[in-house]
Design a protein around this ligand. Structure first.
Ligand code: FES
Ligand code: FES
Length: 156
C-alpha cells in the first residue's frame, strides 16, 4: 500500500508498505531518518519516540498505515536551520549523552514536557521521562539536561 505522510515538514508518499510495517521502519529504512532508534520494538524503551500530530508516541508501536495523512516530527526535525534546539544543546552541555542510543527519544520526551510545563519540577521531569530507558547515565545528567533546557528556554 501507499502511505502519504508529512515528516519534519516534508510530504512523502511511501510505496509498497506491507501490512504490519511500523512507522519506525518507514522512518529509518525507507526515509533514511535514523534518529529514532530501534531497541526493543515492543514499546518498552522509548528510544523510538517521535511526535505524531504533536503527541509523543513509540514509533515501533504505530503501524505505518496509521500515519496516513498525519504529521510526524523526529529528533532530526527539532533543529532549525543550522542551530540545534535548546533541548538538544542542553543534553550535550550537561553531558547527558553516553552511548546515545536513548538520547533521541529522551530529547523528544523532554521537548514535549517543556512545551507543556515550562518550569517542571524534578518529579515532573522523572514522570515525563519514565517511559524512556537509559542503560548508561544513571539519569542524573539527563535530569540536569532537562532542567538546563527549561532554564535556557525560559531565558529566551
Ligand atoms: S524500540 Fe520502540 S519502545 Fe523500544
Ligand atoms: S546514553 Fe546509553 S542508553 Fe542512554
Amino acid at each position: 500500500m501507499r502511505v502519504n505522510l508529512t515528516v519534519n515538514g516534508r510530504a512523502h508518499a511511501v510505496d509498497d508498505v506491507w501490512e504490519g510495517e511500523s512507522l519506525l521502519y518507514v522512518l529509518r529504512e525507507r526515509l533514511g531518518l535514523p534518529g529514532a532508534k530501534n531497541a526493543c520494538e515492543q514499546g518498552e524503551c522509548g528510544s523510538c519516540t517521535v511526535y505524531l500530530d504533536g503527541v509523543p508516541v513509540c514509533a515501533c508501536l504505530v503501524a505505518a498505515g496509521q500515519a496516513q495523512g498525519r504529521e510526524v516530527r523526529t529528533v532530526e526535525g527539532l533543529a532549525t536551520g543550522d542551530g540545534l534546539d535548546p533541548v538538544q544543546e542542553a543534553f550535550v552541555a550537561a553531558g547527558a549523552v553516553q552511548c546515545g542510543f536513548c538520547t533521541p527519544g529522551l530529547i523528544i520526551a523532554a521537548h514535549d514536557l517543556i512545551a507543556r510545563t515550562p518550569d517542571p519540577s524534578d518529579a515532573e521531569i522523572r514522570e515525563a521521562l519514565a517511559g524512556n530507558l537509559c542503560r548508561c547515565t544513571g539519569y542524573e545528567k539527563i535530569i540536569d539536561a532537562v532542567r538546563l533546557a527549561a532554564a535556557r528556554k525560559a531565558a529566551g
